[in-house]
Design a protein around this ligand. Sequence first.
Ligand code: ZN
Ligand code: ZN
Length: 244
Amino acid sequence: MQLRFVGCGDAFGCGGRDNTCFHVTGERVNFLIDCGASSLPALKRQGVARDDIDLILITHFHGDHFGGLPFLLLDAQFTRRTRPLVIAGPEGIETHLAQVMEALFENSSKTKQRFDLTIVALAPETTVRFGEVSITPYPVVHGESGAPFLGYRIETEGRVIAYTADTEWTEALIPLGRAADLFIAEAYTYDRLVKNHLSLKALETRLGEIKPKRLILTHMSDDMLERLDILPYEAASDGLVVEI
Ligand SMILES: [Zn+2]
Ligand SMILES: [Zn+2]
């Protein structure tokens, strides 16, 4: 099984990185985790076959995690996709998707897709299965209002992939990431506290309780990117592919 960091940047293009989008492929699974605004060109540039993707998991409705869906869906329509697609994310996803489609391309939310498109709202701490992908969403802390924010623990083909999404430290990250084969954690800043985001130092103090088998840092601001050479951890980069 492998995971490709199609994009691992923040919302503001720090380091020239693309918005968040991870592509997971195994023997029988093929899915995306998040689909930020720049995801379609990034997927094309990296030669990812979009037609083979069965599932897109969305952590929250910020543009750098969710804003790529209108482009991806219109591209699927125009390239005559036939394979069914499931898009799953926090409560309210159907409304948010219609709104962003309409805001970017008028009338696009009313177009009947040529392929089966299923939108699924996920509830925190309720495990759901999509084919061979088992997903447990955890509530994370990334804003006071609006739709819920989710991080994911994903079990598939005998592996566990966990992703914090964007969040400040919350105890939910412990069961979310515990002993995961791959734990992808936001490390927005080094030690500076930024509301709704995770610093590496805040994560580090609790890492012993999570004990991931492999940790990869993502969603880094310039503050972190400037220190990449001296950090004792693996860090994501656009196009990086890891075996799990
Ligand atoms: Zn973000
Ligand atoms: Zn966000």
